[in-house]
Design a protein around this ligand. Structure first.
Ligand code: PRP
Ligand code: MN
Ligand code: MG
Length: 173
């Protein structure tokens, strides 16, 4: 166990309040969740932001069945929403190397949003390869492979209600 349900809930509430205060009621905020890791965080965060907003999802992947990023980011599902003139907040579960978000940011900025910010629940600063500006952060975490609350290892463990460190024997064989 690294971060329990109570800690997650408290941090999500605080982030939601901060986001609501920063954007305000007339921002027509668009949350863009990065599937599939974002799912639990995105749904809890959306409920914690007391503003009229819309949301959409994009799917990219770079990990596959490995604990190491392949470094190659693929887009699997694009957005349905036109970003031009919109205030866009990307919602991620974790920033590790930063390659996923560096790719996404450059792709989405081309679509001329009014603003583009990043909200991530977890951040592993030690592992950064590509620089990405983080506007809203839940927790900085150590360089351990974490699962739960949306985060997977080979598609498993996403449904754990807390964030845990995966035992090395699970992925070493
Ligand atoms: C994971 C995680 C982030 C990304 C972070 O997604 O959810 O999106 O990797 O790693 P990076 O900063 O090194 O790019 P993954 O590609 O495993 O897809 P998933 O969300 O469907 O699990
Ligand atoms: Mn992801
Ligand atoms: Mg994954």
């Amino acid at each position: 166990m690294l971060i329990d349900q109570t800690q997650i809930q408290a941090r999500v509430e605080a982030l939601g309040a901060q986001i609501a205060a920063d954007y305000g009621a007339n921002s027509d905020l668009l949350l863009v969740g990065v599937l599939k890791g974002c799912t639990m965080f995105m749904m809890d965060l959306a409920r914690a932001i007391d503003l009229p907003l819309t949301f959409d999802f994009i799917a990219v992947a770079s990990y596959g069945a490995s604990t190491e990023s392949s470094g190659v980011v693929r887009m699997i599902k694009d957005l349905e929403t036109d970003l031009a003139g919109r205030h866009v907040l990307i919602v991620e579960d974790i920033i590790d190397s930063g390659l996923t978000l560096a790719y996404l940011r450059s792709q989405l900025l081309r679509r001329n949003p009014a603003s583009l910010r990043i909200c991530t629940l977890l951040n592993k600063p030690e592992r950064r390869k590509a620089d990405v500006p983080v506007d809203y952060l839940g927790f900085d975490i150590p360089n351990e492979f974490v699962v739960g609350y949306g985060l997977d290892y080979a598609e498993r463990y996403r449904n754990l209600p807390y964030i845990g460190i995966l035992k090395p024997e699970v992925y070493s064989q």
